[in-house]
Every structure is written in structure tokens, then in C-alpha cells.
Design a protein around this ligand. Structure first.
Ligand code: SF4
Length: 318
């Protein structure tokens, strides 16, 4: 049984003008110890999936359809109290996007992590929590003597590590990292990805890594779900998708990144911009930007096709 099984998840934001279909029929699984990458342009629904899994959605958000089975439990139908006690932080935790702003500047980092631990495990004493913070700091490669520092005394990379330590503080089974490389220079970014890889191995923890950058996903993940306009358009193991993408959007996405080993050439880009999800285009949502678009693409939504070896494509060309 998969640790996480998301089936036909739909989550919309209600606006005066109608519904923004941010997550529109998304299905995927994550096994124990496995890392899944969610990749796609900004606004394609990646972070909305994470917020839905943790049920920390804004008030105008509606979970319209779907099922989420986590560790054998149907978590969408759980009441808030049970969800808070059993799932949030203890089962699934999130490293928020932008470590620079995720920590409260007014409190020592140690106190922020202690508060998180004791909020979800009230039986843990302050002293025990303090000891745990020291171990967490060691785990993420920060000298435990720095735990009494304030956030402004940490560099960007250290803040990112402290946020990861906080997310691990209640021993979750699934860690979600939202854009772990954002706002970090390339060296610190590489160190953060190395840390995530090491943690996955050491703790045998499952991960969901969200990024607009496919190369970040390839560093950490075993498989990838490529998202476009609220839907998964290609899904499968990371090596085969990166080496031989089949969906026109994934092909464009892979070609948009420079390759160190290849000849110097002009970078390609995807013309146009993602659709407004308040009024998504009919048929395939990628058709206004797709160079292979056919008549059927403008009228009918493509089905998900199994092309073998756990590789799935949502495209009329298959
Ligand atoms: Fe392009 Fe049609 Fe495939 Fe959509 S379904 S990606 S428009 S070929």
C-alpha cells in the first residue's frame, strides 16, 4: 500500500467571477521512502496541492472532489481536531517556500521549534524538546550551539536548514519541500538539495518536492509529475522523463534548460503564457501554446495514456 494515494483531487478557489480550477483532477502516489517531484510553471497548482494535503487552505478554497489516502487513512474526511493531532506535522509536514521569511524574526529559532513540537506533542516537556532541537540541528548540519540565535543571525542557507529541522521536528512520514532552491545562490542551493538527499536516505522518509525547475527535481526525486494548468500531463520515473520526455509541454520544459555538456545553442522557450484558470481553454489546456495542436485538441480533453513502465501521458498524440 502506498504511503500517499491521491485520487482525482479537485480544489477550486471561489471568486466573485467564478471558480479558479487550481487543482483539477490530479492523481498520484508516493511510496514509503520515495520522493516525488511536482514540476511546472508558476500558478499551475503545485503549491495548492501541498496546501490541500495539509488542509491549510484559504477560506475561499473548496475541495470539490477526490480522495486522499495517507498511511491508510482517508484524510480529507477527517475532522479538524483529528487531522491536527494525527496528520499535520506528525504525518505530513511542509517546508514553506522562501526560508528567508518563514521564520519569525522576533523569536529565537530554538523557541520556534520547541513551540512547534509542544503544540503537536503536548506531552513533551520543554527540556526534552530543547534536546530534540539540538539533535535536529546536528541532523541538518548546523552547530547545535547556534540554536539560541535569532533568524537574522543566520545566513539564507542556514535559515533553509532551520526550516527543514522544524519540519522534521515531529518525525513526519512525508516531508513536502516547496521550492527548496528559491532565493538561494547556486552553491547553497546545491547544499540544500544534498541535505534533502541525505535525509531521505538516512531517515527513509517520503518526500514531495515542488519546483518550477526540473533540474532541482532530478537531484532529489525518484519520479516526477509534470503539471500544467491544474492537471498532471506527464507522470513517471525521473530518469526516463528527463532523458526522453514525451508530452509536448515536458519536451519544451526540458529544452528550456541549458545543458553544460551540449554545444552552445540558443535557448528555446515556450511561447505564450499559462491560461487563466478562471476560464481555462476547452480541450487540452496546453493547446494554445502547443506546436502539435490538432482540431481534436481544441475540443476534447485528452485521456491519460499508460505508455508502459509506470509512465503516463495526457495527450492526443499518444
Ligand atoms: Fe498538444 Fe494536443 Fe497533445 Fe495538448 S493534446 S499537448 S495540444 S498535441
Amino acid at each position: 500500500m502506498s504511503l500517499l494515494n491521491v485520487q482525482n483531487l479537485k480544489m477550486y478557489y471561489r471568486l466573485r467571477a467564478g471558480y479558479v480550477r487550481a487543482v483539477d483532477g490530479v492523481s498520484f502516489t508516493i511510496e514509503k521512502g520515495e520522493a516525488l517531484g511536482l514540476v511546472g510553471e508558476s500558478g499551475c497548482g503545485k503549491t495548492s496541492i501541498a496546501l490541500t494535503l495539509l488542509k491549510i487552505l484559504p477560506r475561499n478554497a473548496l475541495i470539490v472532489d477526490g480522495k486522499v489516502i495517507f498511511d491508510g487513512k482517508d484524510i480529507l474526511s477527517m475532522d479538524e481536531e483529528t487531522f491536527r493531532r494525527e496528520i499535520r506535522w506528525k504525518g505530513i509536514s511542509l517546508v514553506f517556500q522562501g526560508a528567508m521569511n518563514a521564520l519569525n524574526p522576533l523569536y529565537r529559532i530554538e523557541d520556534q521549534i520547541i513551540e512547534a513540537i509542544r503544540l503537536h506533542e503536548p506531552e513533551t516537556s520543554k527540556e526534552e524538546a530543547r534536546e530534540r532541537v539540538k539533535k535536529l540541528f546536528e541532523l541538518v548540519g548546523i552547530d547545535p550551539s547556534r540554536s539560541k540565535n535569532y533568524p537574522h543571525e543566520f545566513s539564507g542557507g542556514m535559515k533553509q536548514r532551520a526550516c527543514i529541522a522544524m519540519a522534521l521536528s515531529c518525525n513526519p512520514k512525508l516531508l513536502i519541500a516547496d521550492e527548496p532552491g528559491t532565493a538561494l545562490d547556486v552553491i547553497v542551493q546545491a547544499q540544500t538539495l544534498k541535505l534533502l538527499r541525505e535525509l531521505k536516505k538516512k531517515l527513509n522518509i517520503s518526500m514531495m518536492v515542488i519546483s518550477h525547475d526540473l533540474s532541482i527535481i532530478t537531484e532529489v526525486c525518484d519520479k516526477v509529475a509534470v503539471m500544467y494548468a491544474g492537471k498532471i500531463v506527464e507522470y513517471g520515473d525521473i530518469i526516463s522523463i528527463y532523458k526522453e520526455p514525451l508530452h509536448p509541454y515536458t519536451i519544451d520544459l526540458v529544452n528550456a534548460f541549458p545543458k553544460i555538456s551540449s554545444k552552445r545553442q540558443k535557448l528555446s522557450f515556450i511561447p505564450g503564457s499559462p491560461p487563466d484558470l478562471l476560464y481555462p481553454p476547452k480541450g487540452c489546456r496546453f493547446h494554445p501554446r502547443c506546436k502539435y495542436a490538432m482540431e481534436i485538441c481544441r475540443k476534447e480533453e485528452p485521456p491519460i495514456v499508460d505508455v508502459g513502465a509506470n509512465h503516463y501521458i495526457k495527450c492526443h498524440l499518444m
